[in-house]
Design a protein around this ligand. Structure first.
Ligand code: C5P
Length: 223
């Protein structure tokens, strides 16, 4: 098969990463989780105490951008300045602040430039909010994943509990609702269904069924 890019967009916990991982494995592609890139920057800012409760030192964070390099290792884990930081970035603490960082154009431009570099050679599945609309609008295969906020909350809540995080269902629900709102109403690259995207619902589908459906769609499109 010729090199190509698969984009997957959708709201938080709509099943993007699971589908992306499955497709990456099936096609032997690299998986780039663009949300992990925003989460890594957020975690870094929090560690430096530039971001947190009543603290938003955006100018300082902007001045650090030229010193920050985001990458993915061979297992597709995000790295910031050469260090894997996968575990911490999935916490509810980071989730509370990530959309505040992600709505700023200066950080978006930084991420989009890097995402384009990482994906330019093709053979990549990239998931996020603006991948099919802004980062790779000409991608050959675009998916848009949908699921209700209740199903997404239940999924995220179970994931966090399994990791041992102490969180309530309500906290997770409120965080998703807040991020949905910020991500879909921001001025720069809001979450939208990209033109020509294939809409898949992960509402009731098992991840295996969803993957099979997506592979089927890709094979139809490329035959
Ligand atoms: O996908 P995930 O939930 O890990 O993304 C975390 C946050 O990163 C989102 O809520 C959103 O604010 C931001 N994001 C974004 N654009 C992307 C990917 C993620 O704005 N392409």
């Amino acid at each position: 098969m010729k090199d190509f890019i698969i984009t997957i967009d959708g709201a938080s916990s709509s099943g993007k990463s699971t589908l992306a991982k499955g497709l990456a494995k099936h096609f032997g592609f690299k998986h780039i989780d663009s949300g992990a890139m925003y989460r890594a920057l957020t975690q870094y800012a929090m560690e430096l105490q530039l971001l947190g409760e009543d603290c938003y030192k955006i100018k300082e964070l902007i001045s650090l951008l030229p010193t920050i390099k985001i990458d993915f290792n061979s297992d597709d884990f995000v790295m910031l300045n050469g260090k894997v930081i996968e575990g911490k970035i999935r916490s509810l603490e980071v989730a509370k602040y990530v959309s505040i960082i992600a709505k700023e154009s200066i950080f978006r431009k930084f991420m989009v430039d890097r995402q384009r570099e990482l994906g330019e050679r093709g053979n990549v599945v990239m998931d996020g909010r603006d991948i099919g609309s802004v980062v790779f609008p000409k991608a050959e295969i675009k998916f848009f994943l949908e699921a209700s906020i209740d199903v997404r909350t239940a999924r995220r809540f179970t994931e966090l509990k399994e990791k041992g995080d102490v969180v309530s269902y309500k906290e997770v629900y409120d965080n998703l609702a807040k991020r949905d709102e910020i991500d879909s109403t921001r001025l720069d690259s809001p979450l939208v269904k990209p033109t020509n995207a294939i809409v898949l619902s992960s509402q009731e589908s098992t991840s295996e069924n969803l993957l099979a459906k997506a592979i089927d769609e890709i094979e139809k499109k490329r035959s």
